[in-house]
Design a protein around this ligand. Structure first.
Ligand code: UN1
Length: 500
């Protein structure tokens, strides 16, 4: 039996701060109550935002490579605390050990990326049409950045945003999911150690607020919060996006996905099966990149279904702390209910279901464990177009690649996608302008488990935001166009004459 309180104390969470509050925190492993945390009220946000604003005025003047030093220290502290933080991720979000460790590694990776970036916040030099003039772009800090995160990546998504924002000169205010506040508290302790070693960072540079949607709303609605980066459901994004837009703030939205894999006749099926299983059942189907739709060429359907069925039957489902478990619990009873309801609906829409039962044998009592499901369904009906945050894989067939790509794109969400094929023409067509309409499109790799080096996010109801690598940093800065006249004349652009 694993000792939960040991996991918490190893991460520096002391009993005094785990008790006496109004927010109950349960472990999805067995449903037990592991803390009652104190929460902030919406009216507290004014002083939180004011502190961030004061910090901004100082932090924006710190040279970016020096700002990068703070993020370098954060990466070092995360390396030192990797095991302990990963264990809290497992305890609170129910991820298996390897995925908990992978999540902390993702934090370390983005810190390394951001440190390099701190010397590369490049702007362009632009050819001026006027003699004796020079044009350039300068990237400046924006202001406080609110980071609203979901339970399924309770710490990595904060790091994607915070590492970039801090290097870009923006203070951060983190509102984690109410389902996973302990991982946030543990992360902030690591951040505090980095800040202490850094020495002269302004107070209020990295804040944490725990509370319900009203706390989030106060951040979203404040004109002093320059950027709102929100990760979660399309429903949440539909509430947040318009509020930020109404005050002309900037939002970075990373919302739902409905990710598909096309399996072509030439696919290496050994690889495809491994990719399918990892991306459909990993994190118990609760990644925004989870594989939810399999679009299989009809000539290989029966063979692939048989192979998947065999693999699904022997999946180790159970306590995520145990070595060898691959499928841990769903986050809570509501998630389990939503899974069962989706399966019932799928049946009404003509689906043939394999698996999907609640699992109570051989798993800890009180947790919400389920067998991952495969649903063979004749068409992309309403339930297939809905993101259910659970391990349900809908399987449809196709005859021509055009038809498969049309199906892949025919959902409201646009996060991640992939094709398994050994045919170059098919692969390139899938990646072309008339191929996948998603923010992420892969060949011979599943849709989940992206590296931090690329920009992460997607189109349509996924929200359009980009986080993490590539030039996603530009969303955390304001662009300034500068024209400098070093001549002794004042020529006007476009040849306009205006002599006075
Ligand atoms: C998420 O589910 O919100 O690509 C993020 C992946 C991870 C990140 C997922 N690197 O699956």
């Amino acid at each position: 039996m694993h000792n939960f309180s040991e996991v918490l104390s190893a991460a520096g969470l002391v009993p005094a701060e785990l008790e006496g509050g109004d927010l109950p925190v349960h472990s999805p492993i067995d449903g037990s109550l592991i803390a009652t945390l104190k929460t902030s009220r919406p009216e507290d946000m004014e002083s939180v935002i004011a502190k961030a604003d004061t910090a901004f005025r100082q932090w924006r003047t710190v040279p970016p490579p020096r700002r990068g030093e703070l993020v370098r220290l954060l990466g070092e502290e995360l390396r030192a605390a990797k095991d302990e933080l990963a264990a809290v991720v497992t305890l609170e979000a129910g991820k298996i050990r390897s995925e908990g460790l992978g999540e902390v590694q993702e934090m370390i990776d983005i810190c390394d990326f951001a440190v390099g970036l701190s010397r590369q916040l490049y702007g362009l030099t632009i050819a001026s049409e006027r003699p004796g003039h020079r044009m350039m772009e300068t990237w400046h800090p924006m202001g406080p950045c609110a980071i609203i995160t979901a339970f399924n990546f309770p710490v990595a998504v904060w790091a994607w945003n915070a590492a970039l924002a801090l290097v870009c000169g923006d203070p951060v205010i983190w509102k984690p999911s109410e389902k996973t506040p302990l991982t946030a508290v543990a992360t902030m302790k690591i951040m505090q150690r980095a800040l202490a070693r850094f020495g002269d960072a302004p107070a209020g540079l990295a804040q944490l607020v725990i509370g319900d949607h009203r706390v989030g709303d106060a951040l979203v609605s404040s004109p002093a919060v320059a950027i709102v980066s929100a990760t979660g459901s399309c429903r949440m994004g539909a509430a947040v996006g318009p509020k930020v837009a109404a005050r002309f703030g900037r939002s970075i939205l990373e919302l739902g996905g409905n990710n598909a894999m096309i399996v072509a006749p030439s696919a290496d099926l050994d690889m495809a099966v491994r990719a399918i299983v990892f991306s459909a059942v990993g994190t118990a189907g609760q990644r925004c990149t989870t594989l939810r739709r399999l679009i299989v060429h009809q000539s290989i359907r029966d063979h692939l279904v048989e192979r998947l069925q065999n693999t699904y039957q022997s999946l180790p489902i159970g306590n995520p702390l145990d070595e060898g478990t691959l499928v841990g619990p769903l986050i809570d009873h509501r998630a389990l209910d939503a899974m069962q309801q989706a399966l019932q609906q799928a049946q009404l829409e003509g689906g043939l279901i394999i698996g999907g039962q609640r699992r109570t044998d051989g798993v800890p009592d009180g947790g919400c464990y389920a067998e991952p499901a495969i649903v063979q369904i004749p068409a992309q009906s309403a339930i297939v177009k809905t993101e259910t945050f659970a391990p349900i894989l809908y399987l449809m067939t196709y005859e021509s690649l055009d038809e498969a790509i049309t199906m892949q794109n025919d959902v409201p969400q646009g996060l991640s996608s992939c094709i398994f094929t050994q045919n170059l023409r098919e692969a390139e067509q899938f990646l072309s302008a008339s191929g996948s309409d998603c923010g992420i499109a892969n060949v011979n790799i599943g849709p989940s488990g992206a590296e931090i080096g690329g920009a992460f996010g997607g189109e349509k109801e996924t929200g359009g935001g980009r986080e993490s690598g590539s030039d996603a940093w530009k969303a955390y800065m304001r662009r300034q166009t500068n024209t400098v006249n070093y001549s002794a004349d004042l020529p006007l652009a476009q040849g306009v004459k205006f002599d006075v």
